[in-house]
Write a protein that binds this ligand. Sequence first.
Ligand code: PGA
Length: 261
Amino acid sequence: MRPVIITANWKMNTTPADAGPLAADIAKATDVANVTRIICPPFTNIAAVSAAVEGSGTLVGAQNVHAESKGAYTGEVSADMLKRLVSWCIIGHSERRRDQLESDELVGHKIVRLTEVGISPMMCCGEQLDEREAGKAVETVQAQVKATLETVLAAGMNLPSDLVIAYEPVWAIGTGRTATGADAAEMAAGIRATVADVAGAEYAESVPVLYGGSVTADSFGEFIAEPSIDGALIGGAGLKPDQMTGIAALAAEAAAARANA
Ligand code: PGA
């Protein structure tokens, strides 16, 4: 059975001074059973967040990693540097695809780097609004997933058993607009079909697929009601303990229902 996962992506928010108290509040607000809870602060605040959530069961993730192991990459952070600091890492977020022009192949190399050091990769994918309006949402995302995973295989590595795929329609991120639960479920099926083509049906069924894009305590229920959606990647609401309380409660309900199914 796939885990239910809720991940707060803090993006470029919080400071080393306020990240710890906020993380402690969120850890307390999301203290529910059988849900994987992850907070991804900026690099500079990882230590403060880790100290604050210690013993709470909340896990800590990074928001990015470099695609090379080491070398002359001024200002970058390698997987080796993150090893033992975080257990998860978001990669291929649409804001990085937009601002740093990250490609699917680059994201594939990041999966390789993370897997080498034992950090679980949370790979983001998602279509632009014009792609959805042209009826090309599923094929766009499938192409992203295929190119990324084939890069991992071409590097001579099996796909990691801890891979998570976060489907985040770009037009829904930070806009207050969400996809529908049905759209997200259709996309999850499309993503798993592509993963199955690349790595087999059994592996595809084991990969959690999260929804992201303006998730709140009000909207999350529609997504987690879909059996193919295993949780959420949460931006704005991930900085708000009261929002995270509601999201965690829904996640715990879903985890319990799935365990009994
Ligand atoms: P949002 O961000 O919840 O603020 O839309 C989600 C994300 O970018 O991961």
